[in-house]
Unconditional design. Structure first.
Length: 125
């Protein structure tokens, strides 16, 4: 082993929740922007939000093993974007919620919906 920094679990336990969220948010945004055109993406985003939140809880418990649950869950605060929704935040940095990404099926410009009220499209018809 080269040093304590390479030992599993010690390097990430030293950083703060804000720095961990800053590291995690670009990854979550990239996934959301890439997969938002897929079928059932909204359901998967909700599941991934739950999974991400539970992984943050596990990381916080590992980081602070003697802390009580109420102290760990104190970082689970109302969002600045949607005050009725609670998420992990520290200061101004908050968890990116995948479920808030607008989901729609991908359409190219030439894939317009057919206008069935028009004629068959033949000239003179």
């Amino acid at each position: 082993m080269e040093g304590l920094g390479t030992y599993p679990g010690t390097s990430s336990a030293r950083c703060s929740l804000a720095s961990k969220l800053q590291e995690l948010n670009p990854i979550l945004r990239g996934w959301a922007n890439y997969y938002r055109h897929c079928a059932y993406a909204g359901r998967m985003f909700t599941s991934l939000d739950w999974y991400t939140g539970m992984r943050i809880v596990r990381w916080l418990r590992k980081k602070r093993p003697k802390a009580r649950s109420c102290h760990i869950w104190a970082a689970y605060q109302p969002s600045s974007r949607r005050p009725t929704r609670r998420l992990w935040r520290e200061g101004l940095v908050e968890q990116h919620m995948l479920a808030w990404t607008p989901v729609y099926r991908f359409r190219l410009a030439w894939m317009d919906m057919p206008n069935l009220t028009m004629s068959s499209g033949e000239p003179g018809a």
